[in-house]
Write a new protein. Structure first.
Lengths: 356, 355
């Protein structure tokens, strides 16, 4: 099989957003929402049978809205969520493959020759999923995703990040996403279960906590989880506040301003302790001679890792073990998908053949 | 002495290749349906021939170790819910469900029942009626009712074609459940409409009334009935479906609250009014027998507003004579079309062409 007719893609199927990075240079981000109109009327109005991403959220009054990888895994036995994962992947591939103008080659690694020319390209995808989904739903995921591509490899998201950054030896990937926080210890091998740990303290748990704090204090105001999520994304922080955080929420329809500085901090900081605890539990288990290496090679990725003040707070917790360094990845949005793409490009044809 | 990891690859690129091959192997075994875990910690990557040999006899132990969490059904507090469970059929779509599993659940309605749409305030949503499915009743060996040398299946098909022309002229997209004298099950008819995602479903039938002097028009939408005559009629029309009326009734309990019912009621009254007003001129003795509810299978199993119109009576000799005339059948088709159009326009501000 010649390279000319193959498009390699790396996909990051996240709880909150999904990203695709193609060997043709296509890079796209969408929100991980999939929705189906609730009935005939909604279908008429929306003029679509499936809605993806932002569009799905906007139409949420008329649709059955799914975030298929809630809490990092597909709800057991939920056909809808499996179908949603597939739709998500399909949509990402459409974005990457169909919308590609003239495929430009040479994105990464070995710089495979340009995939140009005619004929429908074969798609090889490396799909990164939350580590927890790998553990629990891998077979189902494979089944759901297989039809959407010609060849498929599923890896855990933090592994894809590690591969993309070439941090395969003595490093710890700390991937703080929406549904889960994943720890993945890279010790020169494909990570086993022992090398990985998952917490549900992540972006979503901040949102839920903030919503609870807010509604407890201001029961008169109407707020939704979506509003709260937006507040966090815009103003969230850990540690010192950079100023008062004010938001508006309707009270009986009238916009009212609230100062949420303190509760926002409380909510955001709620993930620090569980994460540091897990980190401090994981690090001493490494063979002693490598511990300091790993401690100084902690890599922070994932959307929620971008919360201002979070990285220093985690780094400070390492003092207890003699200090360490936590580096944030340069491109937290694309690092997972780019890592997947690197895997896809590196894998020899013979391996891909086994996976088609 | 340079520090090395728990494994000892001789170069970074070799390490990449090594890890990549493990990732592939993991996926290949998953694909093959084996539940083989990646190598656990003891199995370090190859370092030398001697070590390799040692590893050989380690393999069974390693395998057991790898599978142990599975056997135990848990892994350090995690609950090891394994996806070994029979994989769920994916993407099962709604539709007039196929008769799988008897459960007493009538296959025809099973899916719509469980997938009942949430109510929506229709007044806030302008709905365009675009696609209409016409269902000419009966067909094939199922002639329907007969009288005056006519059979119901032929009349309904003829009126169906005429109605199709009328509606198409107005810009609607029209489909027919049958276009020739073929026998199509009621379930199949409903399924067609559902698959096409039609906006409206119109089933055309001709009545036979025991009191032969009566010339009557009736339009049905989905609902229950206590009228023994209607029960008999429904039983007759539902004959091919294979379910008793009693079965139907219990199934229907759930569906009566369906949002479709209101829509169908309005749809039915538009059509009935139009039929009666238009045909009265040609047929002064015509009786308006009104809009009624009955559990016809095609009305139960369809997912869109659906009606069944009994547009004439073959039991009445005069009526049969009228029906034998193409012009009268054309009048019926036009009356149906006006009723459908009226419903589409008034209730839902149709965006269909030619408005």
């Amino acid at each position: 099989m010649s390279d000319s007719n193959v498009i390699n893609v790396g996909v990051d199927l996240g709880t909150s957003r999904s990203v695709v990075s193609g060997s043709n240079g296509q890079r796209h981000v969408i929100e991980s929402y999939v929705a189906w109109p609730v009935d005939m009327v909604a279908r008429k109005v929306l003029k679509k049978s499936v809605l993806i991403g932002e569009e799905a959220v906007k139409s949420r009054t008329m649709v059955d809205l799914h975030r298929p990888l809630e809490r990092g895994l597909i709800k057991e036995g939920s056909e809808k969520d499996l179908a949603a994962v597939r739709e998500l992947l399909r949509h990402l591939l459409e974005l990457a493959v169909s919308s590609a103008p003239k495929p430009k080659a040479k994105t990464k690694a070995k710089g495979k020759a340009g995939e140009a020319d005619a004929g429908p390209a074969k798609v090889r995808a490396v799909v990164g999923v939350p580590a927890e989904a790998m553990r629990v739903n891998k077979a189902q995921l494979r089944k759901a995703l297989e039809g959407a591509v010609d060849s498929l490899m599923i890896v855990s998201e933090p592994f894809a990040v590690a591969y993309g950054l070439d941090a395969l030896l003595n490093s710890l990937i700390l991937d703080i996403g929406a549904g889960t926080t994943d720890f993945c210890l890279m010790r020169g091998r494909f990570p086993t279960e022992d090398d990985q740990r998952t917490l549900t303290s992540a972006g979503d748990s901040i949102d839920e906590y903030l919503l609870k704090l807010f509604t407890d204090r201001h029961p008169e105001a109407s707020v939704t989880i979506y509003m709260v999520r937006e507040w966090k994304e815009k103003h969230g922080f850990v540690g010192e506040a950079q100023g008062k955080v004010e938001v508006t929420a309707p009270v009986n329809g009238r916009p009212t301003t609230y100062d949420i500085t303190d509760m926002l901090r409380t909510a955001c900081e709620s993930i620090v302790e569980p994460i540091t605890e897990a980190m401090l539990d994981l690090l001493p288990r490494i063979e002693p001679e490598f511990q300091s290496d790993v401690r100084n090679n902690i890599i922070l990725s994932g959307g929620t890792s971008q919360l201002p003040g979070l990285r220093p707070a985690l780094e400070k917790a390492l003092d207890e073990l003699g200090g360490g360094t936590i580096k944030a990845v340069k491109d937290p949005v694309f690092c997972g998908a780019d890592g997947g793409l690197a895997i896809a490009l590196d894998a020899p044809d013979s391996d891909w053949d086994k996976l088609s | 002495m340079s520090e090395k990891g728990t494994s000892d690859p001789s170069s970074p690129s070799q390490l990449r290749r090594h890890i990549l091959s493990q990732a592939v192997a993991d996926n290949v075994s998953e694909k093959a349906g084996e539940r083989v875990r990646p190598q656990p910690a003891v199995a370090a990557p190859p370092a030398g021939p001697r070590r390799d040999r040692r590893l050989l006899w380690l393999i069974p132990i390693v395998a057991v170790a790898a599978l142990w969490p599975l056997i135990k059904g848990g892994d350090g507090g995690r609950d090891g819910a394994e996806p070994n469970s029979p994989a769920q059929e994916l993407g099962t779509l709604r539709g007039a469900g196929e008769p799988e599993g008897s459960e007493g659940a009538g296959p025809v309605v099973a899916t719509p029942l469980f997938d009942a749409p949430k109510p929506i305030d229709f007044s806030v949503i302008p709905l365009a009626v675009e696609r209409i499915v016409i269902d000419p009743g009966h067909g094939g060996t199922d002639t329907g009712t007969t009288g005056g040398g006519l059979s119901e299946k032929d009349m309904t098909l003829d009126i169906g074609f005429r109605l199709r022309d009328e509606l198409e002229e107005q810009g609607f997209e029209v489909f027919m459940t049958r276009e020739d004298d073929s026998e199509i099950s009621l379930r199949q008819r409903a399924l067609q409409a559902n698959t096409l995602r039609a906006d409206l479903f119109v089933s055309i039938h001709i009545n036979w009334i025991a009191q032969r002097s009566v010339r009557g028009l009736e339009t049905y939408f989905l609902g229950g009935t206590d009228d023994p005559v209607l029960e008999a009629l429904a039983r007759k029309e539902n004959r091919e479906s294979g379910y008793s009326l009693a079965d139907m009734k219990s199934l229907l309990e759930g569906i009566y609250t369906d949002v479709r019912q209101d829509e169908s009621r309005q749809f039915a009254s538009h059509v009935q009014r139009s039929l009666y007003r238009s045909l009265l001129r040609q047929n002064p003795q015509l009786r308006d027998r009104g809009v009624k509810t009955a559990p016809f299978v095609v009305l139960v199993a369809t997912e869109m507003p659906a009606i069944l119109a009994e547009v004439s009576c073959l039991s009445n000799e005069q009526e049969a004579k009228l029906l034998a005339r193409p012009l009268y059948r054309q009048h019926i088709a036009e009356a149906l079309s006006r009723g459908i159009r009226g419903y589409a326009d008034e209730v839902h501000q149709s965006e269909a062409k030619g408005s």
